[in-house]
Design a protein around this ligand. Structure first.
Ligand code: FES
Ligand SMILES: [Fe+2]
Length: 371
C-alpha cells in the first residue's frame, strides 16, 4: 500500500503487553524484611526482599478472601495474611499454614498458592515478569520460569557507575512511549538558556534499521544537542564518538555512546501501571567522569531536568486527552511512533496465530525532520 500523504489516524490502544519483564521498584527502596506495594499492568503486587536479600513479588491479594498481603506480617521468609493468618512462601507463593485447621482436617494446604511472579534485581531495579494471564477464574499454582532473564544495561568495562531517575506520568503507556521517541518536541519542551533554544531548530537526517522486536537508529555521531555527548566531547575527539539508540518491545529504549575507551549506556523504560498511568525510569551506567567530582551530579541534574520537562508536558497533555480528541501521526517525525504501533500489532498478531512476528519495517530507512 502506498504511504498516505495526509496524516494517518493511529490512536493509542493503551493495551498493555503481558509476557515481558517490567521494572517494579528501584532496588534501594526495597528494604530487607519489609513489604512494599507496586502495580504493574493493573496487577497489584507486594514486593519484598527476604532475609538473604533476594527480592520476590506476590500478587497483593490473599487467595482466601482477597486481603492485601502488604498489610500482613513478613518474617524474612514467609508472608502472613493479616485476616486469618494464612502463611505463604514469599518466593513460590505456596501456602505453608492455615491456622484455623484442626488436626483431623486434611485440607492439602501445599496445593494452595498465592500468585507469585518471577522477580530479579538488575542494574538498580527490581524487575518482575508478568506472564500471559491464565484462564479466567483459575486459581494460582507455582509460577512458570520466564522465557528469558530480566534485561540488562550494556556495559563495556568491569568498573562503572550507575544512577537512576524515575517519574510518574498521568498518561497511558502508549503516550509515554511515543513521547519518549518523539524527536520534534525537543526545541519546544526542552528549552533552557544554558542548553538550546527553539531557534536552534535545524534539519536532521537519521538512518534506521529493523532489529528483532524493534528498530535501531544506526550508529552515528550524536546530535550536538545531546547531553552526554556535550560532556563526552571534553574527553574524546568529536568524530570518534558514536551512538546507537534501540527501541524494543514492550517499552525499552537503550542508548549507547562510545568514545574510545569511554562509554555511556542507558536503558529507559516506560512501565504500564494502569491504563492511564505509566512511569518512566531512566537508568544510566558509565565509565567516564569517574574521577571528575561533579560529573555524575551534573549528568543527573541534566537528566532530571529533561525528565521533569517531559513529565510536566505529559501532565498537560493528559488534560487534553480527557476529552478524547482526534490524534494524528505525521511523517517523518512521527514515523518511530507509527513503527511502535505496528510492532505492537505484529506482536499481538503473532501471539494470536502462533507464527513468527512479521516485522513491519522491511529494511534500512532514512528519516528526515527538523528539530
Ligand atoms: S483473607 Fe487471607 S487468610 Fe483469610
Ligand atoms: Fe523529551
Amino acid at each position: 500500500m502506498p504511504e498516505l500523504d495526509s496524516p494517518q489516524r493511529q490512536t493509542p490502544d493503551s493495551l498493555m503487553l503481558p509476557g515481558f519483564w517490567y521494572r517494579a521498584l528501584p532496588a534501594d527502596r526495597v528494604v530487607r524484611n519489609q513489604l512494599h506495594q507496586a502495580t504493574l499492568l493493573e496487577i497489584p503486587l507486594v514486593v519484598g526482599r527476604d532475609r538473604r536479600g533476594h527480592p520476590f513479588a506476590l500478587r497483593d491479594a490473599c487467595p482466601h478472601r482477597g486481603m492485601p498481603l502488604h498489610d500482613g506480617h513478613f518474617d524474612g521468609a514467609n508472608v502472613e495474611c493479616p485476616y486469618h493468618g494464612w502463611t505463604f512462601d514469599a518466593h513460590s507463593g505456596q501456602c505453608r499454614l492455615i491456622p484455623s485447621l484442626t488436626a483431623d482436617q486434611n485440607l492439602k494446604v501445599d496445593r494452595i498458592y498465592a500468585g507469585s511472579y518471577p522477580c530479579e534485581e538488575q542494574d538498580g531495579f527490581v524487575w518482575v515478569y508478568i506472564p500471559e494471564p491464565g484462564p479466567q477464574g483459575a486459581g494460582f499454582t507455582k509460577s512458570a520460569d520466564p522465557p528469558q532473564p530480566a534485561p540488562q544495561i550494556e556495559k563495556f568495562t568491569a568498573k562503572y557507575k550507575l544512577a537512576y531517575l524515575t517519574a510518574d506520568m498521568p498518561v497511558s503507556v502508549d503516550h509515554g512511549i511515543i513521547g519518549l521517541m518523539d524527536p520534534a518536541h525537543g526545541p519546544f519542551v526542552h528549552q533552557a538558556w544554558w542548553w538550546r533554544s527553539r531557534h536552534s531548530i535545524h534539519e536532521k537526517q537519521k538512518n534506521f534499521e529493523p532489529i528483532p522486536n524493534g528498530f535501531r537508529m544506526s550508529a552515528h555521531t550524536p546530535s550536538s544537542n545531546s547531553a552526554p555527548y556535550r560532556l563526552l566531547r571534553l574527553y574524546a575527539a568529536a568524530d570518534s564518538i558514536t551512538t546507537t539508540i534501540d527501541f524494543v518491545l514492550p517499552n525499552r529504549r537503550s542508548e549507547t555512546i562510545r568514545a574510545g575507551k569511554f562509554w555511556f549506556s542507558s536503558l529507559t523504560t516506560v512501565t504500564p501501571i494502569t491504563r492511564n498511568h505509566c512511569r518512566i525510569d531512566v537508568v544510566a551506567a558509565w565509565n567516564i567522569f569517574r574521577w571528575v567530582p561533579f560529573g555524575p551530579e551534573l549528568l543527573k541534574f541534566v537528566f532530571a531536568k529533561f525528565v521533569e520537562q517531559d513529565r510536566r508536558t505529559m501532565e498537560m497533555q493528559a488534560e487534553g486527552l480527557k476529552h478524547n480528541p482526534h490524534l494524528m501521526l505525521i511523517d517523518d517525525a512521527d514515523r518511530p511512533a507509527k513503527w511502535y504501533f505496528q510492532l505492537k500489532a505484529a506482536h499481538l498478531e503473532s501471539k494470536r496465530t502462533g507464527e513468527e512476528i512479521k516485522h513491519p519495517i522491511p529494511g534500512p530507512v532514512t528519516l528526515k525532520w527538523r528539530s
